[in-house]
Ligand binder design. Structure first.
Ligand code: KIV
Length: 262
């Protein structure tokens, strides 16, 4: 998968499948499953670091995880998620930080916001850094929203989101993530753009879908939004395995002769 393939997928009406990953082990599994795009999301702040939100994630942490993922895969497109305050303060800082993601092995970066960050997107596109936008319930604005709430509800909220999407496209974004917005609005945005939309909690009409890996696998169950569908039960499997191991060690049945050297 390459950046031009994203646009081709939209033209060919082929859905783009995106999953997050944060380390080499899972990145390899994700790629083996044939997933098109791996997003090294700042969601790692919540699912890996155990924080209540993504705001404390740093550039150094993101670059470390991006390097692990990028070094482990050959075919999937790797996208590095620009953390809070790595692109907001100044255009120069945004450009330098975006460049560091590509140097760490990412093929593209993602950042949150619409018209307000269009100048950043344009500057990155101009020097050859592919950018994916992110609209709707943008987690880095959680304090402004007062929680993780559906965005773009009602006509007066929908139009600004459509305008933001058009501004990102005009600035040179190669795709836009639409998070937690009404399905009808996501359809309107997807039809209005020539670049693909990647939905997460945005209904079935987007050009692609993304889920957080640990949500999809049923590993993270502390907060499960309505839009998450667990395709596995890895937390339950892990608990069962660990309890069996504990029992066998306590009862003296592990290690047995077959796990011993002679
Ligand atoms: O950080 C992340 O994992 C994300 C996706 C949910 C889109 O931004």
């Amino acid at each position: 998968m390459t950046v031009p393939d994203l646009l081709k997928s939209k033209r060919d009406r082929r859905k783009i499948v995106v999953v997050t990953a944060y380390d080499a082990l899972f990145a390899r599994i994700v790629e083996q499953a044939g997933i098109d795009v791996i997003l090294v999301g700042d969601s790692l702040g919540v699912v890996v670091q155990g924080k209540p939100n993504t705001l404390s994630v740093t550039m150094e942490q993101m670059l470390y995880h991006t390097g692990l993922v990028a070094g482990a895969v050959q075919r999937s497109l790797v996208v590095g998620d620009m953390p809070f305050m790595s692109y907001q303060a100044s255009q120069e800082e945004a450009l330098r930080n975006a460049g560091r993601f590509l140097q760490a092995g990412a093929h593209a970066v993602k950042l949150e916001g619409g018209a307000a960050v269009a100048d950043r997107v344009a500057a990155m596109a101009k020097i050859g850094i592919p950018v994916i936008g992110h609209l709707g319930m943008t987690p880095q604005s959680v304090q402004q929203y007062g929680g993780y709430k559906v965005q773009g509800k009602g006509k007066d909220r929908a139009q600004p989101l459509i305008d933001d999407a058009l501004a990102l496209e005009a600035a040179g974004a190669v795709a836009i993530v639409l998070e937690a917005i009404p399905a009808g609005l996501a359809k309107t945005v997807s039809e209005a753009l020539t670049i693909p939309t990647i939905g997460v909690g945005a209904g079935p009409h987007c050009d692609g879908q993304v889920l957080v890996l640990y949500d999809l696998l049923g590993l993270f169950d502390e907060f499960v939004p309505k839009f998450v569908k667990p395709y596995g039960h890895l937390k339950a499997d892990a608990l069962q395995a660990l309890r069996r191991y504990k029992d066998e060690v306590e009862q003296g049945t592990f290690p047995s002769d077959s796990e011993s050297y002679h």
